[in-house]
Design a protein around this ligand. Structure first.
Ligand SMILES: [Cu+2]
Length: 161
């Protein structure tokens, strides 16, 4: 049996690899919070899913001097933010950047982010090249991309911290 099974297993692997190559990294629900008048820093969030294991290694946008990958953690009752060199993207698993967790920090905004605006954001992937997406600005203090509710693609979100 094993002499028959082995070539079959190989052809399945080849077929799977061919499918993976035609699929691209999917980025959904890209949003940012509106910033108060005097704030020069903002945060952006999104959901990213790669068909193959990859890493998000950098971000940039024309609306801020610098964009950084950050993780917010709660330790001993204190929220701290730490810059990350990269965010791991496990194959086929969506990774969600959201308030209180992983986020994109926009440092040195050239102008306040106003609800209803959009801005471009470039994502650099270790294997997947560079992707440009559009980020929608939501209300100050928003916990999720309000503009997309009812689109039918939402997973129920019970917790946001
Ligand atoms: Cu941050």
């Amino acid at each position: 049996m094993s002499k028959i099974l082995l070539p079959v297993a190989c052809s399945v692997l080849i077929a799977a690899a061919a499918i993976a190559q035609t699929r691209t990294v999917e980025i959904t629900d890209a949003w940012a919070r509106a910033t108060p008048g005097t704030a020069t820093n903002g945060a952006a969030y999104l959901t990213i899913e790669s068909p193959t294991a990859d890493r998000l290694t950098g971000v940039s946008t024309p609306v801020a001097k610098q964009a950084e990958l950050h993780r917010m953690t709660l330790a001993d009752g204190i929220m701290t933010m730490r810059p990350l060199a990269a965010i791991d993207l496990p194959a086929g698993q969506p990774v969600t950047l959201k308030p209180g967790a992983l986020h994109i920090m926009l440092v040195g905004l050239s102008a306040p982010l106003r609800a209803g605006q959009t801005f471009p954001l470039m994502l650099r992937l270790e294997n997947g090249g560079t992707r440009e997406i559009t980020v929608a600005v939501e209300k100050p203090g928003a916990m999720r991309p309000e503009g997309h509710t009812g689109a039918g693609m939402h997973m129920p979100t019970q917790k946001h911290h």
